[in-house]
Design a protein around this ligand. Structure first.
Ligand SMILES: Nc1ncnc2c1ncn2[C@@H]1O[C@H](COP(=O)(O)OP(=O)(O)O)[C@@H](O)[C@H]1O
Ligand SMILES: CC(=O)N[C@@H](CCC(=O)OP(=O)(O)O)C(=O)O
Length: 311
């Protein structure tokens, strides 16, 4: 009978410590997942709340770099709601939201573009580049990536407001079309595109687009196999505040219409529903407060959050 290896023998120390071997085993276990996603395009929406945590932000940059370096093509679309709030407060400009969308007047759109396509976009690209994969920050206006039009929004109701009434949200846009050529150009040279959710119209107007909506439109245009939405909650929460592991599109729609999903979670869930109905294999609302949320989602059986699937 072969004898058990002596972990402290000179020979086994040379072959690596127990921890080293565990690491090697974990990497080997990831092989089926690496094969499953090799060459796939994955769109990751990185929310403004999730990016506020310094150490987690570094981890996010490293995870995206790792995905790229193992042969997956991540495209990052970022938000920046809290960062816009801070800048508007510094400038003493009041801000308000209707159904999770920021009412955007002419004086605000310039500030919003500066924050999203300037500071935040460069920070996110830098986080990834410093971790090893080169990232390039662009906005939806570069290469006419996102052609936008004014969003016509009908109020959802609740909070004493009447549902169905049309509200003017100013320079809030919706993607009319997406031209992914600039993304393919970046992906084709081994770079990670990082996109700020600002769009332009044929007439030269600039539109503020909810980052979840922008991520969904981009995921559709590049036929991404997965859409991961990183936020600062444990996923979609039920009436008792417990995270829901899985929802069908129909169940998710019902939670919105019954008022259990509100505010910034509405565009997130609506985007996921659209993505799976347009052929994405899965869309997930992930808890960005959990370290390595993207790796857990892609390389283990289930990540921390809510998976939304077609009916
Ligand atoms: N049912 C729900 N489950 C989880 N979060 C919800 C729900 N309804 C409303 N929300 C709100 O949605 C927020 C997430 O959206 P948002 O603030 O836009 O995040 P992000 O900046 O990551 O895009 C949560 O912090 C929470 O306040
Ligand atoms: C129209 C609209 O609401 N646009 C958003 C764009 C940023 C965003 O979506 O950021 P998060 O992902 O961090 O929420 C805004 O002005 O806050």
């Amino acid at each position: 009978m072969p004898s058990k290896p002596d972990l402290l023998s000179e020979e086994s120390l040379l072959a690596g410590t127990v921890q080293d071997r565990q690491k090697a085993a974990i990497l080997a276990d990831a092989l089926p997942y690496l094969r499953r996603y090799a060459g796939d395009t994955i769109v990751v929406k990185y929310g403004g709340h999730a990016m506020r945590e310094g150490a987690l932000a570094e981890t996010f940059g490293r995870d995206i770099s790792l995905l790229k370096l193992v042969g997956i093509n991540p495209i990052v679309v970022h938000g920046g709601g809290p960062q816009i709030n801070d800048m508007l407060a510094k400038l003493s400009i009041e801000t308000r939201f209707v159904d999770g969308l920021r009412v955007t007047d002419r004086s605000m759109i310039e500030v919003i573009e500066m924050v999203l396509a300037g500071t935040v976009n460069k920070q996110v690209a830098d986080l990834i580049s410093r971790a090893g994969a080169l990232a390039v920050g662009i906005s939806g206006r570069d290469g006419q990536l996102i052609q936008a039009r004014k969003l016509r929004h009908c109020r959802r109701g609740g909070g004493g407001e009447e549902a169905g009434e049309e509200v003017d949200l100013g320079f809030v846009g919706e993607p009319e079309s997406v031209d992914p050529r600039v993304l393919y150009a970046l992906l084709g040279t081994g770079l990670v595109p990082v996109v700020a959710p600002v769009g332009g119209s044929a007439g030269g107007e600039v539109y503020n687009i909810n980052a979840d909506t922008a991520a969904g439109a981009i995921a559709g245009a590049v036929q991404a196999s997965r859409l991961l939405m990183l936020t600062d909650v444990a996923g979609v929460l039920d009436q008792d505040g417990n995270p829901i592991e899985e929802l069908t599109a129909e169940q998710a729609r019902r939670l919105i219409s019954e008022g259990h999903i509100t505010g910034g979670m509405i565009p997130k869930v609506e985007t996921c529903i659209k993505a799976v109905e347009n052929g994405a294999k899965a869309a997930v609302i992930l808890d960005g407060r959990v370290a390595h949320a993207c790796l857990l989602e892609l390389f283990t059986r289930a990540g921390p959050g809510t998976l939304i699937k077609a009916d």
